[in-house]
Design a protein around this ligand. Structure first.
Ligand SMILES: Nc1ncnc2c1ncn2[C@@H]1O[C@H](COP(=O)(O)OP(=O)(O)OP(=O)(O)O)[C@@H](O)[C@H]1O
Ligand SMILES: [Mg+2]
Length: 269
């Protein structure tokens, strides 16, 4: 039995993501999903909650930006019926302000306590933690706010998926903004990648505490069946820069390999 099988996991339910995470996030852990607008952060969170419900784990969605109606519509386009899950008492959607949620999450017997208890929630999806920036300007204070917030989630033993906006569409990683990436157990990066004059999406498990994980950067698509993760960008480098180059060795082989083959056949190039 491998080390990863000795620890309890909460599979996201997305087969390929779980494979990348050696079985999925650890129970009671916090996973941060960082990405530019439209990369698929909300879709990933909706899938995590919906597949959890399908596997018998009630879930809570806390959104600071989308009206529940929009979430229902987005989830339906991915093949998940949140309304039905709510009717069955397996899901609650809370649309609130970061100020109220932050205060309530720290209050014993507050809104979070009550909802988690009533629902028997095992998972929580928070969209997005970037809104906490409204609560403090100073980076040190902001880090304290994030720390308190994450601890409030951990106190309930929930397995959490939290999104964070990355202001860069492509380019350098900014997951370390005011240190949230240090506070969480796992970090997933979603990126746009310009490839041969079209835009693809890339996914990477940047870190996963107390566990090994897939280190490759994979292509993914958002589809009517949820997030579909494909093959690694095997012959490219600099994928996270958003402008990958073909690996020099491949480019070399293409040019010189062709010449060598042509020469072998006696062709003139
Ligand atoms: N059913 C679907 N089929 C194909 N693509 C879809 C589907 N649903 C969503 N998408 C794609 O996913 C994108 C939006 O994903 P999502 O809302 O999860 O992004 P986000 O990272 O949360 O963005 P934001 O930061 O603006 O909240 C859309 O732009 C669309 O391209
Ligand atoms: Mg979103």
């Amino acid at each position: 039995m491998s080390d990863s099988e000795l620890v309890e996991r909460t599979p996201t339910g997305n087969k390929h993501l779980d494979e990348m995470m050696e079985g999925g996030p650890l129970n009671g852990s916090v996973t941060l999903v960082v990405g530019a607008p439209g990369t698929g952060k909300t879709c990933l969170g909706l899938e995590f909650i919906s597949r959890g419900v399908e596997m018998g784990e009630p879930g809570l969605i806390v959104t600071f930006e989308h009206f529940p109606k929009k979430l229902l519509r987005d989830a339906a386009s991915l093949g998940f019926d949140l309304q039905e899950m709510e009717r069955e008492g397996k899901l609650r959607i809370l649309f609130t302000s970061p100020e109220i949620f932050f205060e309530q999450a720290q209050t014993p017997g507050g809104l979070l306590d009550t909802m988690v208890q009533e629902l028997g929630a095992r998972r929580i999806f928070i969209d997005s933690i970037s809104h906490l920036e409204r609560l403090a300007r100073d980076p040190v204070r902001l880090r304290e706010v994030a720390f308190t917030f994450i601890n409030a989630l951990l106190r309930h033993g929930l397995t959490a998926l939290v999104t964070q906006e990355d202001p860069d569409i492509t380019g350098d990683m900014t997951a370390a903004q005011y240190g949230i990436s240090y506070l969480v157990d796992a970090v997933i990066i979603l990126r746009y990648v310009e490839l041969d004059s079209s835009v693809s999406r890339a996914i990477l498990v940047l870190k996963q505490r107390a566990s090994s994980h897939d280190k490759s950067i994979r292509e993914f698509r958002v589809t009517e069946r949820g997030i579909v993760i494909g093959e690694p960008f095997a012959d490219r480098e600099g994928v996270l820069s958003g402008l990958p180059r073909r690996k020099e060795i491949d480019a070399f082989m293409e040019v010189f390999g062709k010449k060598a083959r042509s020469a072998g056949k006696g062709e003139v190039d």
